[in-house]
Design a protein. Structure first.
Length: 183
């Protein structure tokens, strides 16, 4: 049996036992599951933004990786592998022999954030912060998106699969500080 599945089953049994003594435990678990799923969907939206901008600027996208642990599903779409893994985080890997121009590379780096801003705007203008019946879901969606945008634009090095990858912020910094004339 898969170890992750075992942990999930043990967690569910634990919550069911606790909920017999304290009924509000189920609502806490439900909120936790919803926030976890929202974070995964937000990561997917962000990486799709990089994917679409990579296609838009004319560079082939080799892979889109959602998650940072063991993979559980792989789909190939338009020559790009979409790899879904457990955990959070994501990568969009562009394959190009030529160095892209500064403008094109900047558009690629900002693609995830731009799609997130579009989605946040759509959620806000269609749902507002939420009604009296559904106040928290749109608010959590917006807050998690803003947190993801800020963490992506912070310049940092991300280590995954024993390789170093740049965050969107560090990638933009390197693009604009690069003194090479061919970019």
């Amino acid at each position: 049996m898969n170890r992750t599945l075992l942990y999930v089953m043990l967690f569910i049994v634990f919550i069911l036992i606790v909920s017999t003594f304290e009924p509000s435990a189920i609502s806490v678990v439900l909120v936790t599951v919803i926030i976890t799923l929202l974070k995964y969907v937000i990561t997917l939206i962000h990486e799709l933004g990089h994917y679409f901008t990579g296609k838009l600027i004319g560079y082939p996208v080799k892979a889109v990786i959602i998650g940072d642990r063991k993979q559980f599903w792989i789909v190939t779409f338009c020559g790009t592998q979409f790899i879904f893994c457990y955990g959070f985080g994501g990568l969009t890997l562009m394959q190009s022999e030529n160095k892209p121009s500064r403008l094109r590379y900047s558009i690629f780096a900002l693609g995830g954030v731009m799609l997130q801003l579009v989605i946040i705007s759509m959620v806000y203008f269609t749902l507002g912060i939420g009604s009296e019946d559904n106040y928290y879901l749109p608010l959590w969606f917006i807050v998690l998106n803003v947190w993801t945008i800020m963490s992506n634009l912070y310049p940092s090095i991300i280590v995954r699969y024993e390789e170093n990858y740049f965050s969107d912020g560090l990638l933009l910094k390197k693009i604009w500080l690069d003194k090479e004339s061919d970019r």
